[in-house]
Design a protein around this ligand. Structure first.
Ligand code: HEC
Ligand code: HEC
Ligand code: HEC
Length: 280
């Protein structure tokens, strides 16, 4: 058997990749002019937490545009060119039939909704916190701990790396059809140990196209989950949902046929996935 080489895939060492500070121009000693694109700090943090997972650059999860800077909200809507994205955001925040954030996401706290709505209704005044970073989101590792051989083999190995693709080649007897990793946040490094707090209370549900839950997989403390059969036990495609300890969930609404979750749920997200499979 070939020696497995997941470590070679770890490009981002322990805590090597960290956040770039948000753009701002120092005009004079101590005076910072954040520019017209700047969002108020509280608005920025709501947008970061509730909108920017999809409305980023490049946009993910089939979102049509970014919402990172004030100018993004001032731009004309594609759907209704007479309205700005900000005005359309206001409509969609209140649209029960077609809400933003979409119904697939955990419910938005009322305080966040009121804050964003208030800013949009006030005509989106500039703030002092700059825009959210463009381009790839900063890589993180919430636990601060990178998995190593010493942390355990088998079910807790290689969190975040595409399991089944490697197993098909190196451990075909364990190339289970559905395999993946749940992380606490969206952009965690390959190999970062998720250290889930209450893994036994987290569920990964695999649904068929009639919305029936066909499999319920529970992650271990390394965030990893897997089915027990090498082939799916029901006709594909499938959809998936991750349910947190408090019952809130995140749903993958689009059908998929590949059960190797981490092939798309990479640190930055591949094939339109927003990033990691993230706890709700
Ligand atoms: C899970 C991904 C996701 C999140 C999170 C999300 N959106 Fe969206 N958004 C989409 C997708 C996909 C579309 C395109 C389909 C549609 O319009 O429903 C969209 C469309 C929109 C549009 C319509 C654009 C137009 O031209 O009129 C607005 C406005 C919008 N989103 C605002 C927001 C705001 C504000 C938030 C946060 C409070 C948010 N979205 C959170 C995925 C997301
Ligand atoms: C780069 C290759 C590679 C990756 C990626 C990988 N594995 Fe493995 N895995 C192996 C190899 C080789 C073995 C057999 C030898 C061993 O246990 O170290 C194995 C064994 C296992 C076993 C034990 C099987 C048994 O019963 O003996 C489990 C469970 C497992 N892996 C789960 C996972 C999960 C979950 C992931 C993804 C988060 C994953 N692996 C990612 C190569 C890999
Ligand atoms: C071929 C790529 C691909 C594979 C494989 C894949 N996903 Fe996804 N996933 C996506 C895309 C694209 C989205 C965003 C669109 C959507 O929600 O359908 C997504 C979204 C999600 C979301 C919602 C994220 C959020 O916050 O809105 C969850 C949960 C999820 N996937 C779980 C899984 C699980 C569990 C597996 C493995 C059993 C899996 N995915 C396999 C591409 C993939």
């Amino acid at each position: 058997m070939r020696r497995w080489t997941w470590k070679a895939l770890l490009l981002c060492g322990a805590l090597g990749c960290s956040a770039e500070p948000a753009m701002a121009v120092v005009v004079d000693a101590g005076v910072v002019d954040p520019g017209p694109d700047s969002l108020p700090c509280d608005v920025q943090s709501v947008v970061a937490g509730r909108c920017a997972s999809c409305h980023t650059t490049p946009a993910k999860a089939y979102a049509p545009m970014a919402l990172l800077a004030r100018s993004d909200f001032q731009r004309a809507s594609m759907v209704d060119p007479a309205s700005s994205m900000g005005q359309r955001s206001l409509v969609r925040l209140k649209d029960a039939a077609s809400p933003m954030p979409p119904a697939s996401e955990p419910p938005m706290p009322e305080a966040d909704r009121a804050l964003l709505t208030g800013w949009l209704e006030a005509g989106m005044p500039a703030g002092t916190c700059g825009s959210l970073p463009f381009g790839p989101a900063p890589t993180t590792c919430a636990s601060g701990s990178i998995w190593s051989d010493a942390s355990g083999t088998g079910a807790s190995m290689a969190p975040g790396i595409a399991c089944r693709s490697c197993h098909l080649d190196q451990a075909p007897y364990a190339a289970y059809f559905f395999m993946g990793t749940v992380f606490p946040t969206l952009h965690e490094a390959d190999g970062c140990d998720p250290r889930l707090q209450e893994p036994s209370k987290v569920k990964v549900e695999i649904l068929d196209m009639e919305d029936r839950v066909r499999l319920t997989l529970v992650p271990n403390s390394a965030g990893n989950f897997m089915s027990t059969t090498l082939q799916p036990s029901f006709p594909l495609p499938y959809r998936a949902r991750v349910v947190g300890p408090d019952g809130a969930s995140r749903m993958m609404s689009r059908p998929q046929t590949n059960g190797d979750c981490n092939t798309c749920h990479t640190e930055q997200g591949a094939q339109n996935a927003p990033g990691r499979i993230q706890l709700p």
